[in-house]
Write a protein that binds this ligand. Structure first.
Ligand code: DON
Length: 581
């Protein structure tokens, strides 16, 4: 080959690399939303506006996160909540990091076998519908803890926007109507919830119509005036306990009055020069994301390319092994000794890589015992403020509209988080989830979660904020967004929109979103022994919300550009928006 040909070839290679990594102008997705001072990305546009207004009025990212948490309870009730729980990962601009765990806990009256019949079989629906499915909610305690310890604003200022939207209503747009679709049957069954959300025709508001929630406004006003006691004691608590008793549940006044937020140290790991800060147990999210990243960092994913058979094979095998650990080793840290250091050690990653055959799929059945699944609705939001404080929140009712129950007069939909526990070790739950003893039900214990609110830093500064709903798939959604940005050079919007793949040990199949892999890539993977298919029950999943700092992609960072923050809401989300100022 002549020097000339060689030069021309390397020119082509350089151009190809540029297109691969720095091609913001050629993005297949819309450009991320750019802003100079702050960014709020949520699954509901009105809530995003609420967060931006708080930032503009001098609130910090935690203030905005608290106001958004209350607002989503009004404007996005299938997942936004007061009656559920969640996690908040915080990184303050001065470098402090922390993790607030306001996940639900099992009531004192809960027992290990509470969802089993006399013959020991799980009772269908018992852990997902009705009052027995409800865990002690943590959201109000969590938002108030965050505000008191890391916020700057008064409680009433942060609740006011939610209160106004509940009392005066808000107008649905087409996205809101689409986001509401599918919940009517569940909501209609509850005598308190049905009349609030559904019209005489049994349908939720259409685009252009208003949703007014006066009972929820009363509860928000009580919390605004009296703080956590407005929810965990007094009239609201009494109404919840009475409705639970009447509906066959076990919630007590003591459960509510005793609820405490846990402030925990986030899980961290290094990945190609970036620091990933994410959720510790009782979430499996941060541990499993970091375990997978530790395995993958020895493979040149950027070189093998996004969506190539080689890259996907490595990802699948890392996921397969890490999900075995998720399902067998992890649980609430107050009850289980979680082997986090071992799971995140270089030695563990190396052992797993030893077991990965470069040319053949692993066999899940050969790896310890069982597998899993999960249910549908949660929400994630990401916020960065002018000072560089960053907050990632994932919170949930678990299923869409939770257990579908509401105590009369409260306007508060209750979670069905109890379904995240192991109902019976070795037996799959409604969603095929088979977990072990570490996640067995016990009073005051939190069920193991997959929620992964994550912040990524570089050289001591926030680089990215990311997370998503998606049940057991939250972990791989968040992971893939990180890989797409760091290894594949995508913009934050492309990284979030890119079709996903998922493997969770059992079932031993690779779920792929439509068009995630080309037919010849699928053929290559199948030749290696993988089973790859679009999951008919859940073909498209997740609603990630992310922010990248400094540029739309890592390759396109221009310090002279006035905008510092680039926000992206998942194109899969009907009502979401990235908003900045
Ligand atoms: O905590 C968990 O892992 C689940 N309760 C999350 C549920 C979820 O993401 C459903 N949304 N698609």
């Amino acid at each position: 080959m002549s020097i000339h040909t060689l030069r021309r070839r390397s020119g082509i290679v350089a151009l190809a690399l540029l297109l691969q990594t720095g091609a913001a102008a050629l993005a297949a997705s819309p450009k991320p939303v750019a802003a100079e001072h702050g960014m709020v990305v949520t699954a509901q546009h009105t809530a995003s506006d609420v967060g931006v207004a708080i930032l503009q009025n001098g609130g910090n990212a935690v203030d905005a996160a608290v106001a958004v948490g209350y607002a989503l309870a009004v404007t996005y009730p299938r997942a936004g909540n007061l009656g559920g729980g969640g996690f908040m990962t915080i990184r303050m601009a001065d470098g402090r990091t922390t993790f607030l765990d306001f996940r639900e806990k099992a009531p004192l009256g809960a027992t290990k076998d509470m969802y089993l019949d006399a013959s020991g079989k799980p009772v269908k629906g018992a852990s997902t519908s009705g009052w027995l499915a409800v865990g002690v909610p943590g959201t109000v305690a969590g938002l108030e803890y965050a505000r008191a310890h890391y916020g700057t604003k008064d409680r009433a200022d942060l609740i006011a926007p939610a209160l106004t939207y509940a009392r005066d209503g808000f107008t649905f747009d087409a996205g809101d109507a689409a986001a509401f679709a599918g919940g009517s049957a569940k909501l209609a069954m509850d005598p308190s919830a049905g009349p609030i959300f559904l019209g005489d025709d049994g349908k939720p508001p259409a685009s252009g119509e208003r949703l007014v929630q006066p009972d929820l406004a009363t509860t928000l006003a009580t919390i605004s005036e009296t703080g956590v006691d407005g929810f965990y004691r007094g009239a609201t608590a009494e109404a919840i306990v009475a409705a639970s008793k009447a509906g066959g549940g076990v919630l007590s006044q003591e459960d509510l009055a005793d609820y405490r937020v846990r402030e925990l140290k986030p899980v961290t790991c290094d990945y190609r020069g970036y620091t990933v800060i994410s959720s510790p147990p009782p979430s499996s999210g941060g541990v499993i994301i970091c375990e997978i990243l530790n395995i993958l960092k020895a493979y040149p994913l950027g070189e093998s390319g996004s969506g190539s058979a080689k890259t996907v094979h490595w990802m699948i095998e890392a996921m397969r092994h890490a999900y075995v650990d998720r399902n067998t080793e992890l649980g609430d840290p107050d009850f289980v000794d979680n082997p986090v250091d071992r799971l995140l050690s270089e030695a563990h990653a190396a052992e797993i890589r030893e077991e990965i055959d470069p040319d053949h799929a692993g066999v899940s059945a050969d790896l310890k015992p069982e597998g899993f699944g999960e249910s549908h609705e949660t929400t994630h939001y990401s916020i960065v403020d002018e000072a560089g404080n960053a907050v990632a929140v994932t919170y949930t009712l678990n299923g869409s509209y939770g257990a579908g129950v509401m105590a009369p007069g409260t306007g508060v939909l209750m979670n069905n988080e109890m379904d995240d526990f192991t109902q019976k070790p070795g037996v799959p739950n409604l969603y095929g989830l088979v977990q072990g003893e570490a996640n067995a039900i016990a009073p005051k214990k939190s069920p193991l979660s997959s929620m992964s609110p994550t912040i990524v830093t570089k050289d001591g500064k926030v680089a990215m904020v990311i997370g998503s709903p998606g049940g057991s798939r939250i972990i791989t959604i968040t992971l893939e967004a990180i890989l797409n940005v760091i290894d594949h050079g995508m913009t934050i919007q492309e990284a979030i929109d890119a079709p996903r793949i998922h493997h969770q040990w059992l079932p031993d199949t690779v779920a792929m979103e439509p068009f995630a892999l080309s037919p010849d890539t699928v053929a290559k993977l199948e030749a290696m022994g993988h089973t790859v298919a679009v999951d008919k029950d859940w073909p498209v999943w997740g609603e990630a919300a992310g922010i990248l700092v400094g540029g739309p992609s890592l390759a396109d960072q221009d310090p002279k550009r006035p905008q510092r923050y680039f926000g992206a809401e998942d194109s899969r989300a009907a009502a979401g928006a990235a908003r900045g100022y």
